[in-house]
Design a protein around this ligand. Structure first.
Ligand SMILES: O=C(O)c1cc(C(=O)O)oc(=O)c1
Length: 312
């Protein structure tokens, strides 16, 4: 099937630079996507955008170029609840990728088991209105109860202003819960302000809640962007991400977010995006937890061995 990209769509950055920051051995890119290719894996009829293609081979080439060992491939909303492109990526990864799926209430136990065998370890609940239609909370809670039995977790994507309304629902989830992109803080507000304080309080009160300290390129308003050699990119996002990493070092994850759906004003050079990491995780120990220990514990628990003396 032929697809026409959403007008103004920005394609992923070809030819990214080599990061100057050397990732620790075994680092996991814990948030990335595949798109299609549309001809092989058609985009879902209910999608809110039509992206460029971003194949598993292109994702694996980026992984190797940047120095990551593994990926966590998160089902993108443009594929709806058809997880086949994501599952195909896992199947061709030699065990180096795990996945987060989107499922609906009608999913059978057998289908869930097949997803598990393919390497899926969680589902994503999306509350960002520009990306998905509304799903009733009772449907989501029913799904959460079923996937809990597989030892999976729930990834939640929401915007900061919606946390008060979602607080009770999130609190009732029976699994580990991973917040996407720090709950999308408004970084023009103070890092000590009430909105971000609520996110920190939520994590403090719920020891099962983790956060991805990802997507500075989406959250930044004053940049500078990770382009043209800029290794101090997105300085306005740094205090927010650093605050989470330092308070919850054992419950944070990092990922590229490649191929960066729906960016409007620039597409980052992923090599320079990796150079953002040491600004938010400032010691080798914090970096190892963020990039290796934490994602391994969540996604490859059967292989995870805590470093000597490390709390896990
Ligand atoms: O699944 C997606 O479509 C999606 C979109 C966005 C975004 O547009 O913010 O971010 C993501 O991490 C994933």
């Amino acid at each position: 099937m032929e697809f026409t990209k959403t007008p103004g769509w920005l394609d992923w950055y070809a030819g990214p630079s080599k990061p100057r920051f050397q990732l620790p051995a075994g680092a996991v890119d814990a948030h990335c996507h595949v798109f299609g290719p549309g001809e092989q894996f058609p985009f879902a009829p209910e999608r809110k955008y039509t992206p460029c293609d971003a194949s598993k081979d292109q994702l694996f080439a980026l992984r190797d170029h940047l120095g990551f060992a593994r990926n966590v491939v998160v089902q993108a909303t443009c594929h709806g609840a058809d997880n086949s492109a994501m599952v195909d990526a896992l199947a061709h990864s030699n065990g180096k990728a795990r996945g987060i799926a989107t499922v609906r209430r009608g999913v059978t136990d057998n289908e869930l088991q097949q997803l598990h065998e393919a390497g899926v370890r969680g589902v994503r609940f999306n509350f960002v209105k520009r990306l998905v239609d509304f799903t009733p909370k009772d449907e989501l809670m029913e799904i959460a109860g079923r996937i809990a039995r597989l030892g999976w977790h729930v990834v939640i994507y929401f915007e900061a202003q919606d946390l008060p309304e979602l607080w009770d629902f999130f609190s009732e989830l029976p699994t580990d819960v991973v917040i996407d992109h720090m709950g999308r803080p408004d970084v023009t507000q103070s890092v000590d302000g009430p909105e971000f304080a609520l996110l920190l309080k939520f994590m403090r009160e719920h020891p099962n809640v983790w956060s991805k300290v990802t997507c500075p390129e989406r959250l930044s308003t004053s940049g500078p962007p990770a382009l043209q050699g800029e290794r101090d990119a997105y300085v306005d996002v740094v205090p927010f991400a650093r605050r989470i990493v330092e308070e919850f070092p054992d419950r944070v994850l990092w990922g590229t977010d490649w191929p960066h759906p729906n960016l409007k004003n620039h597409m980052p050079d992923d090599g320079l995006l990796v150079d953002f990491i040491p600004h938010i995780a400032t010691t080798p120990e914090l970096q190892r937890k963020l990039l290796v220990d934490n994602p391994m514990r969540l996604y490859w628990p059967e292989e995870h061995i805590a470093a000597p003396g490390a709390k896990s």
